[in-house]
Design a protein around this ligand. Structure first.
Ligand code: COA
Length: 329
């Protein structure tokens, strides 16, 4: 019933009692209505805590797994300037993971427990990072469109009700906006380059189109958590609204470069202002987020290796010299 989020014995007692205390709940909801931030030591409903932890934990995992597809291109970047920018970006993404794990820890689950749940395949992370970066153009598309999608989502979430998450997101958004610039620069460079470069870019856009539509989650009618999250202002826009905002901002930018999307039905309805598109195959989305995408096994294997190989660093940092071991001994 409670997924993998941390529920303390005290929380369980509260849940076993008939309901949350109505006075506490009313005061909590009034604070949210007034636009106040909820801080870790404030009273909060168990379900609010559970939902936040689920979401922030998944977000943190997405950052550290998200560094992997692009990370595979550091050694193959086409020139020194691109290599430097990519190294810095990948490093930033790992840093975002650190910020988000710290925010999630304020809700009572340790970083070790979160990483454990990621490695055993219990925790989710974003669908988009389970696809390969086949060519350098995928790096460009990730930097522009995946980071662009992430910014749409994160700018909205940063206005939410939980203080530590919002503060982490504000910092993340500053850095993401630089990632977006390098992604845009990379896309424009390829789009205005040789025929081969344009073809490579178009092929990458075709590959990322559907995963990008999936990125914002299932359609509102099928979204399990949106209602509660929006009531408590953890989410300030629905999945469909965020997806629409993304299409509104980024489709014209791709079209103006003379590139296309692989969907004849993609269009903005002039009467409603809403973007319409073909069914992006929600079964594929479900397969990918439940561990059966093209790269899920590879991503977790790399994370497991990193965990093992980095063990001696963690031990050294905690000065636990008695059990100091070399990782691969
Ligand atoms: N990738 C993987 N899983 C996803 C997903 C995605 N793009 N979108 C939705 N899901 C999962 C949800 O986590 C949930 O699974 P769970 O019940 O096992 O936790 C399920 O699909 C149902 O979706 P929904 O009820 O719509 O989830 P939600 O209300 O949490 O909304 C997000 C989904 C992604 C919009 C929301 O969680 C969010 O804003 N997260 C923070 C930002 C983030 O993680 N960004 C990704 C990396 S930059």
């Amino acid at each position: 019933m409670y997924g993998n989020a941390y529920i303390s014995p005290e929380d369980t007692k509260r849940l076993n009692a008939t309901q949350e205390d109505p006075e506490n709940l009313a005061e909590f909801e009034a604070r949210i209505a007034r636009g106040e931030k909820i801080e870790p030591h404030d009273w909060m409903p168990v379900e609010y805590k559970r939902q936040l932890l689920r979401m922030i934990e998944q977000h943190a995992h997405s950052e550290i797994v998200g560094a992997l597809p692009e990370g595979t291109w550091i050694t193959r970047a086409p020139n020194f300037r691109r290599k430097l920018a990519l190294i810095a970006k990948v490093q930033d993404e790992i840093g975002h993971g650190q910020l988000l794990y710290s925010a999630a820890e304020t809700l009572g689950k340790s970083r070790e427990a979160m990483l454990h749940d990621l490695l055993i395949g219990k925790s989710k992370y974003s669908n988009v990072f389970n696809y390969p970066a086949e060519t350098w153009a995928d790096v460009a598309v990730i930097g522009f469109l995946v980071d662009g999608a992430a910014i749409v989502n994160q700018v909205i979430n940063s206005k939410g009700s939980y203080g530590p998450y919002c503060r982490a997101l504000e910092r993340i958004c500053y850095e993401e906006s630089f990632h977006l610039k390098q992604g845009h620069d990379n896309v424009v460079y390829l789009a205005t380059g040789s025929k081969k470069q344009r073809e490579m870019l178009q092929a990458a856009i075709n590959r990322w189109y559907r995963p990008l539509l999936h990125f914002f989650g299932p359609p509102d009618v099928a979204s399990e958590h949106s209602e509660k999250l929006m009531r408590w202002k953890v989410k300030l826009a629905s999945n469909d609204d965020m997806r629409n905002q993304f299409l509104d901002q980024y489709v014209p930018k791709i079209l103006e470069l003379g590139l296309t999307f692989p969907d004849p039905n993609l269009r903005k309805n002039p009467d409603t202002g809403i973007w319409e598109f073909s069914d992006p195959d929600w079964d594929e989305f479900k397969r990918v987020i439940s561990g059966n995408g093209p790269c899920n096994a590879e991503r977790l294997a790399v994370r497991k290796y990193a965990e093992e190989a980095g063990k001696w660093v963690r031990l050294a940092l905690t000065r636990n010299t008695d059990s100091y071991v070399t990782p691969l001994a």
